[in-house]
Write a protein of this length. Structure first.
Length: 318
């Protein structure tokens, strides 16, 4: 698969989740590749496995080093490997805030509980002691606050009557191996996958006053109750391979100016173009969702009844 996301994996021990990712990445349709495996313990068993499977490995001994100093070396190795994302797979060393900031939104971890329950350690015993019927695992974005980032995926695992912390941990580990690679694949394609892009557009559009969604001309469309359509989500609609958002510009003059200034982002929609609509490409990779939100608001204002636009104008003054 072309243009696969480059993943750096951090481990401290046997690296069983790392191994699951290495094997997942061997599939031709996997959207990521493992470009480096780094351990903070030179004796970590996962290093031998990764090397045997052809993954580049780096051993950095953290002993005797201050956290920020060690994390600077860690960051340098990940940068040298041109990593797009960092995956924590049994990495047992706390990360400095500075390191987390550098990889904000691009670092994920797997935790053996159904977050937000049981952050931190001893998760299996805590779930058993609480009388829970299910436990499980969660993949989440790493933030400075422990186990508090956005949850990207979860798998429930039943707690059996005779479970101990060890027997429950063994089954949850199987679930982790299944969940982590699948969730990572979804995460690294969220900026190009049509269903994920539509979800983000939908959230922004439906947050505007009195907006409803309806399929129109074969595409998901958004309109103001009692008003007109102000946005369409277009996916390969004219067999052009383009995923984009169609909104109202001020007219064909603005449309032409935008396309001339940035032809990689803006385009003239086939049917709505003559009416002054503008197409915004969403499939180029990183999207400016703040700008997209502004476009949706401007297009909404052009379509909403006066009673709503007056209320919006009043609200904007406060």
């Amino acid at each position: 698969m072309a243009n696969r996301a480059r993943i750096g994996v951090l481990i401290s021990g046997r690296g069983s989740n790392m191994a699951a990712m290495i094997y997942a990445a061997k599939a031709s349709d996997c959207p990521f590749e493992i470009v480096v495996v780094i351990a903070n313990d030179p004796e970590a068993g996962g290093l031998k496995l990764a090397a045997a499977e052809g993954a580049p490995v780096v051993a950095l001994d953290h002993r005797g080093m201050k956290r920020a100093e060690f994390d600077a070396y860690l960051h340098a190795e990940l940068t040298a490997a041109r990593c797009d994302y960092v995956v924590l797979a049994g990495y047992m060393r706390l990360l400095s805030d500075g390191f987390v900031d550098k990889w904000a939104g691009r670092m994920v971890n797997i935790h053996p509980s159904l977050l937000p329950k049981y952050k931190g350690l001893d998760t299996h015993q805590r779930a058993i002691d609480s009388g829970d019927r299910v436990s499980g695992c969660s993949v989440h974005v790493v933030t400075a606050e422990l186990d508090a980032g956005e949850v990207l995926g979860q798998t429930e695992v039943a707690i059996l009557p005779d479970d101990t912390a060890d027997t429950l941990a063994d089954r949850i580990l199987i679930a982790e191996h299944q969940l982590y690679s699948r969730t990572l694949a979804n995460f690294v394609t969220r900026n190009v996958r049509p269903d994920a892009l539509l979800d983000q557009v939908r959230d922004l559009a439906l947050a505007l006053p009195e907006v409803e969604e309806k399929t129109s001309h074969g595409s998901p469309g958004f309109f103001v109750t009692g008003g007109k359509f102000f946005a369409y989500f277009s996916y390969n609609h004219h067999h052009d391979g383009v995923t984009g958002l169609l909104v109202k510009a001020s007219g064909v003059e603005e449309q032409a100016m935008l396309i001339e200034q940035n032809p990689d982002l803006y385009y003239r929609p086939a049917y709505l173009g003559p009416s002054g609509w503008i197409g915004i490409r969403l499939d180029a990779g990183e999207n400016d969702w703040s700008d997209i939100s502004d476009w949706l608001k401007k297009s909404w204002l052009k379509s909403a009844p006066k009673r709503l636009t007056k209320l919006m104008s009043v609200a904007a003054q406060f």
